[in-house]
Ligand binder design. Structure first.
Ligand code: 5GP
Ligand code: ZN
Length: 112
């Protein structure tokens, strides 16, 4: 999709600190990390949010989770948090769905 930041990172048109890639996903470090490990896992194809991805490509949807688990394990974390912000009202700012993987510090519940 034109003018989508994460499509451009997937395509290599904008640099990203890529830590893992699979057939359907790319994982790269968040530019503004909120934890010692803060990685975004995105589908290669453009889908606006997690529910649309799940409806349109269930395999890629599952691969986001297995990729996140692989990255957490590679970074040495058994405990981690996964977040999909869906909608501007809860903080989604990039409308190419992305799974936040956060690990490496204590976390509180509920999230802010
Ligand atoms: P959202 O707020 O949509 O759930 O998450 C978007 C995330 O993308 C934010 O955590 C933000 O720091 C990250 N982000 C924004 N621009 C860039 C960028 O150019 N590169 C990378 N790696 N992350 C970005
Ligand atoms: Zn996109």
């Amino acid at each position: 999709m034109e003018d989508c930041l994460f499509c451009k990172i997937v395509a290599g048109e904008i640099p990203g600190d890529v830590v893992h890639a699979t057939e359907r996903t790319v994982a790269f470090r968040d530019v503004n990390p909120q934890a010692p490990t803060h990685v975004l896992v995105v589908p290669r194809a453009h889908h606006a949010n997690a529910a649309e991805l799940a409806a349109e490509d269930p395999q890629a949807s599952a691969e986001l989770l297995t990729t996140a688990a692989a990255v957490a394990a590679a970074e040495g974390y058994a405990d981690y948090r996964l977040v999909f912000n869906t909608g501007a009202g809860v903080g989604q700012t990039v409308f190419h769905t992305h799974l936040h993987l956060l690990a490496g510090r204590p976390m509180t519940w509920p999230p802010g």
